[in-house]
Design a protein around this ligand. Structure first.
Ligand SMILES: C[S@@+](CC[C@H](N)C(=O)[O-])C[C@H]1O[C@@H](n2cnc3c(N)ncnc32)[C@H](O)[C@@H]1O
Ligand SMILES: [Zn+2]
Length: 278
């Protein structure tokens, strides 16, 4: 079967599958792993032996996300995705840097609930992330690959999702369909500010300007800012500390103090932004 969506990462020709075996007309071959993912990351695209988040970080993120503290973010994304994809025939959805697949799986379930037939792809450079994602669901095409050279045909994604991942504007612009949408999720200036205040003597409240980053490539359509309190407890708190770069920068004494806490009240502050190509 020819899949006009996936491209050979070596020569960029369309990949064709016979069962779990994929190849391109130039003879490059890729086999689906028994867990169900396709590895389209070339050795020369790796900057380290095990690129992306490691198994511990993935486990921590999964424990934290499964506890539901960021569910309003996922719900916001899903609601807008349903509105945008409703009338499109079999849209391609691509979650770039999908991690262990929390948002991707919930998006797939939301589209299914609304009877929106779609092909959903989740791509991450981290093999442990994609292995964890495969355990979530087989209803998504899980890919190991890099956002820097996505093995996906240009102009063929009706929805691209980028949640807490580095924005590569030229690649995103090349991938998006003319009638497609890009949705990004990024931290607002006060996201987890209580944690920052514990860790840094002079905490800074800055935020990444995604609109400026995408200027000239995408036109901003809509922003939903989520700003709500959470009280994180138990193993979810340990997981949050483990997955947060702020914690890694803390000194030993502060780390010990944080890990001894039974609960921590925090502010969630995130922006969900929608863009159209320009
Ligand atoms: C902060 S995590 C976000 C994961 C997921 N979107 C979420 O919000 O749960 C960033 C993810 O990007 C992945 N990543 C880093 N560099 C990448 C690259 N060049 N291509 C694809 N994924 C990459 C990491 O492995 C990690 O899973
Ligand atoms: Zn090829």
């Amino acid at each position: 079967m020819t899949n006009h969506y996936l491209l050979c990462p070596v020569c960029q020709l369309s990949l064709v599958s016979v069962g779990k075996h994929w190849s391109c007309p130039a003879g490059h071959q890729f086999d689906e792993a028994r867990q169900g993912y396709l590895n389209l990351l070339l050795p020369q695209q790796k900057k380290s032996k095990q690129p992306g988040d490691n198994a511990e970080m993935i486990q921590a993120r999964q424990t934290f996300l499964n506890a539901g503290y960021y569910q309003p973010v996922s719900d916001t994304l899903n609601q807008l995705a349903v509105e945008h994809l409703f009338n499109l025939p079999n849209p391609h959805v691509l979650d770039l840097g999908c991690g262990e697949g929390y948002y991707t799986e919930r998006l797939q379930l939301a589209l299914q609930d609304h009877q929106i037939a779609s092909e959903i792809y989740g791509l991450d450079i981290s093999k442990p992330a994609i292995l964890a994602a495969c355990k979530r669901t087989k209803n998504i095409h899980w890919l190991v690959g890099t956002n820097a050279h996505p093995p996906v045909s240009p102009g063929n994604s009706q929805l691209i999702v980028s949640i807490f991942t580095r924005i590569m504007e030229a690649q995103l612009r090349a991938l998006i369909a003319e009638d497609g949408y890009l949705v990004t999720v990024n931290a607002g200036s006060h996201h987890l500010c209580e944690l920052k205040e514990i860790i840094y003597p002079a905490a800074r409240y800055e935020e990444f300007d995604v609109k400026a980053r995408l200027e000239g490539y995408f036109e901003h359509q809509h922003r939903t800012t989520l700003d709500y309190p959470i009280c994180v407890q138990g193993e979810a708190l340990k997981a949050l500390l483990d997955m947060t770069p702020h914690t890694w920068r803390a000194n030993a004494e502060t780390k010990a103090r944080l890990y001894a806490l039974e609960q921590l009240s925090l502010r969630v502050h995130m922006h969900v932004d929608w863009f159209k190509p320009c």
